[in-house]
Design a protein around this ligand. Structure first.
Ligand SMILES: [Zn+2]
Length: 93
């Protein structure tokens, strides 16, 4: 039997700003908002595009993995009720 395991974990915090164009926001201004072909702003734009691609890949991963996903039981968190997941058999069929 062939079996593989994937554990996906992404946690990066980035705070980037162009020194010359501190008001440039790649999410709001897009590629067209880059002034004078500024390489730093282009880098910010590319970073934003990479972020969007990563989000899309993450969503695709979750969607494809969902049928095989096993929910891990939280350890030492009995005081955090799981509202979206009632105990098995607690609801009438
Ligand atoms: Zn710039």
């Amino acid at each position: 039997m062939f079996q593989f395991n994937y554990k996906l974990k992404v946690a990066e915090r980035v705070k980037a700003k162009c020194e010359r164009h501190p008001r440039y926001n790649p999410e709001r201004d897009g590629r067209g908002g880059i002034k004078g072909g500024c390489s730093t702003c282009f880098s910010l734009f590319d970073l934003h595009q990479a972020r969007l691609s990563l989000d899309a890949a993450h969503r695709d991963f979750l969607r494809r993995a969902l049928p095989w996903t096993r929910v891990r039981q939280p350890r030492n968190r009995s005081n955090a009720p799981r509202q979206n997941d009632p105990p098995f058999g607690s609801q009438p069929l």
